[in-house]
Structure formats: C-alpha cells, structure tokens
Design a protein around this ligand. Structure first.
Ligand SMILES: *Cc1c(COP(=O)(O)O)cnc(C)c1O
Length: 495
C-alpha cells in the first residue's frame, strides 16, 4: 500500500554531479543553413564570455533522475490523501485525454467564434449543467479558482445593491470560514462581521439575526460547513437575510457532499461558486490550476462578467459581450479552459446518477472512517458528517501535537490531513468517494496504531517521520531559507 521508502534514502547526486562533457539527450539534424559568426550580429556587451555551465547528460539519465525525484513526492496517484476541504479525489485519465485533444489544447483565444464552435458548445453545455446542479439561473465560467469566484460573486452582489441605490458595506462571515472568505470581503471593500457557531457546529440564528440589517450586503456561508456539518437551518438562514434585503452567498467548496441530493438554489442561495478542481476532479494541490465558476439567481444575472458564452437562435455558439450592467471581465480571455474541459468530461462521464452516487459514497466514506476512529479520537461535533469530519486527538500528557500525528501518518504512506483548521489542534479528514474500503481500513489502522503510540511511545510520534529522505525540518527555516541545492553551493563557495 505504501509507496514511501521504508528507510531513509541516501541523497542522490545532483544533475550537475552526474553529467560528463559530451553526453547529450538531444539528437538534432545537421543544420541546413550556413553558420553565421556571432561577432557583429549581437552587440559585444550582450555576449557571455563562456557558455553556461549546464550539466550534460544522456536522456535516460535525465528520465531516471526526475522519476526518482517524482517518487519522493506525495501525490494522489501514489498515496491516500485525506486533505480536508480539498477533495483530493482520483483524477480519471480520460479527463486528461480529453483536455489534451488538439481541438481544445491548440486553440488561440483570439480565434473567431466560427472557428471554435466545438469549444463554445462544450463551455455552453457546462455552464448550463452547473446552473442545473446549483438550482440557479446562470453561471459564469470565467473565475480562475474558488477564491476568485468568491470575489466575482461578491462584486456581483455589490453591483446589485448599488443598482438598487443601496449602500451595504457589511458582510457577515461565520468564524469557521475559510480564510479566503474574509480576504474576499477585504478585496471587495466590505467590512467583515464575524458570527459564532453553536456547539453542534451550526449557526446561532439569534446571533445571525442580531447582526443582519439594512447595512448587510450578504452572508458568506459554507454548507456543508468547514467542520463537516450540513447546516439544516439553511432555509431559515436565507429567510433572515432576505427579510433585510441581504444576499446569501454559498462557498461551494463542499459541493462534493451534496451533488444531486440538494440544490443550493432550492435552499435559498442567491450566488455561489464551485471549485471544479475539487468537486469535478482535476489534478491540484501545490498551487493550481483550478476554476471557480459562479452561479447566480435570476435577479443577479445582469451583473455576470462578460463575455458570456451563448447559444444563438440559429443553434450556433458565440461570445456575448453586450451586457451593459455586467461587472466586466474578471480574467483574461475566457477562464481556465483546460480545467473546464476536465469538469465537463467528469460530469459527462458520471451523469446525474453518477454524481449523486459520488456524493453519497463520499459521505459514507467519511462517516465510516469517523465511526471507526471515534473510540480513540475525540470528535468535537456529533455525527452524521458530510463528506469530511474533524477530530481533536486525545493528547493526554504525551506532549504530542496534531502536527506530530500528521508527520507520523507519512510513515504509513498517508498524506497529512488538514491541520489546525478551522479550529485549533484539529485534524480534518476527507477520504473522498474514490478510495477503496482497503485504503480506508489502512488509514484507520494507521490512526489506531498512532493512538497506541501516543499512550505508550509518544517520542516515536514526536520524532516522525522516520522513513522519508529528510526527517523533521525546522519548518519556518525550511520555508524561508530553502537549501535546494546544497552541494552546488558547497562546490561554488568552496565551503
Ligand atoms: C478550497 C476552499 C476555498 C478556496 O478555493 P480555491 O479554489 O483554493 O481558491 C474557499 N473556501 C473553502 C471552504 C475551501 O475549502
């Protein structure tokens, strides 16, 4: 099961240490144009004194070097990856095939609409499907990620209030919100009003009522929320907002729990974003890319970004720029097309029943793992959970921290779960629907073994990981002063 080496690996030589003059990975044909002396062609002061000291290696050496490095990385293709809130599900290979089709991959954004009808039809269908899944009126595909979708959504909300001649500077945000929610408020010039959750993880309606008035632009809520609980008061929450003319914004990062089961538009949401790279697959982590389509209710349609992909009466497709109340463009050209193709392929392959099945299994997997861990790991919120859950491990007087448990999981070939978010000292575990029962059981036994170690041998947990090329790093130092190439430094500095 584990792909992590069982013993520490000796550092492998750098490319610079492996190379030898004359080795080459390129086989270029003889030049069929005459050589030109560089003197006089390029000004002297721009010429280097000597060629760059690049390593010279054969192709196989290069392949082995990078394959070896790749095997040192955690990835969804090699390891169970229960990173809460990120939905690290399997990325079907067919998506990659489709995204790489020349008809999608080789287009230029300035091509005429007539030349790219296939792409436009695909995007049009995707936006209609996403609106249907949301139970909302219309979708823009332009935003490049969830956070960018939040910004787009809040700009739309602000445009709507402005259009009605209202000044609404405040946005209400639960204290368990993802950091991007308050950041979005700031980016859109809104003041953030924090409200607390109750002990069962749901919103305190009294607190909400006390904080919503005619100055409220919107509530930004994640549902299922960031502690893995579906807030079943959501229709009443919507009523409280709508009674004061405020909008309900749904952070759709957790849509993987509810596809085909409930539609945000049906429980009162006015505007939401998707994270297609979470819910509808796409290799992500390490910074992208993603896509953050935004769905809006009927009254917000006029404010969607331009251009919008539309179907004309004659059945052809086009970019519509003529939307006078639009907030404008939020991204160059049309959005992250390659990621949108993957989302299209994923939805198309699964169909309605398949999407619902994926969500039901994601929820089942999370509740199964939680049920098997609950005797040894403290669960601060009562089940049932959505597609992820939070535990605050019982540390006793072991001096073990949540970070130590995460590091120890690496020794079991498991990627660390999300740590210390959204509450202190927690681990947030999201197995996703794509893991087999065997890999869920492997994770559970690793966690139970670690629970035993915390009681009997805490030092082993505190010193983890034990099986990786490097052990416990000074995390701040490793980020601020990364030594990616220490042998190089030593040879050039002579120290
Ligand atoms: C991932 C996430 C975001 C941000 O989405 P990006 O696509 O990473 O910009 C926002 N809110 C929640 C709850 C998330 O999990």
């Amino acid at each position: 099961m584990s792909h992590v080496p069982r013993t520490r690996q000796i550092n492998h030589p750098l490319l610079f240490e492996q190379g030898a003059p004359g080795l080459s990975a390129a086989a270029l044909p003889e030049s069929d144009v005459p050589a030109v002396k560089r003197d006089g062609v390029i000004p002297k002061e721009l010429l280097a004194d000597a060629p760059p000291t690049l390593a010279e290696l054969g192709e196989l050496d290069v392949v082995r070097h990078y394959t070896r490095l790749a095997h040192r990385c955690f990835s969804i293709d090699a390891n169970f990856y229960p990173l809460g809130s990120c939905t690290m599900k399997y990325n079907p290979r067919i998506n990659e095939r489709v995204a790489a089709m020349p008809g999608f991959a080789m287009l230029h954004p300035w091509q005429e609409d007539e030349d790219v009808q296939g792409l436009l039809e695909m995007l049009y269908r995707l936006r209609v499907w996403l609106a249907e899944i949301a139970g909302l009126a219309e979708v823009t595909l332009q935003p490049a990620a969830g956070a960018h979708g939040e910004m787009t959504g809040l700009m739309i909300v602000n445009a709507y209030h402005r259009r009605r001649g209202e000044s609404r500077p405040n946005v209400v945000v639960p204290d368990s919100a993802h950091g991007t929610n308050p950041a979005t408020c700031t980016a859109c010039g809104c003041a953030q009003i924090k409200i607390k959750a109750r002990d069962d993880g749901r919103l305190d309606l009294e607190d909400l009522r006390a904080n919503v008035d005619e100055s409220t632009a919107a509530l930004m809520i994640t549902n299922p929320n960031t502690v893995g609980i579906f807030d079943n008061q959501i229709d009443r929450i919507a009523e409280i907002l709508h009674a004061k003319g405020a909008q309900l914004y749904l952070d759709g990062a957790n849509m993987n729990a509810v596809l085909g089961i409930v539609r945000p538009g049906d429980f009162g949401v006015d505007v939401m974003h998707y994270n297609t790279h979470k819910t509808f697959s796409t290799p992500h982590g390490g910074g992208g890319p993603g896509a953050g389509p935004v769905a809006v209710a009927e009254h917000l349609r006029p404010f969607l970004p331009v251009p919008q992909v539309v179907k004309r009466d004659d059945g052809t497709f086009a970019w519509d720029h003529d939307r006078p109340q639009s907030i404008g463009k939020v991204r160059s050209f049309f959005g992250q097309i390659g990621v949108l193709v993957r989302a299209y392929a994923y939805i198309r392959a699964n169909g309605c029943d398949g999407l619902k099945d994926a969500s039901e299994k994601a929820v089942l997997a999370a509740n199964y793992v939680a049920a098997r861990l609950k005797d040894r790991y403290h669960m601060p919120f009562p089940p049932p959970y959505a597609h992820e859950f939070i535990t605050i491990p019982k540390f006793g007087d072991s001096k073990v921290t949540e970070t130590d448990i995460a590091k120890r999981l690496i020794d079991h070939g498991v990627h660390p779960p999300t740590m210390s978010w959204p509450i202190h000292h927690c681990l947030m575990i999201e197995p996703t629907e794509t893991e087999s029962l065997a890999s869920l059981d492997h994770f559970v036994s690793a966690m139970l073994e670690i629970a035993d170690e915390i009681e009997n041998d805490p030092q082993t947990v505190r010193d983890a990981p034990h099986t990786t090329p490097v052990g416990r790093l000074d995390e701040v130092g490793a980020n601020r002063k990364p030594l990616v190439c220490w042998r190089e430094l030593r040879t050039t500095n002579g120290e």
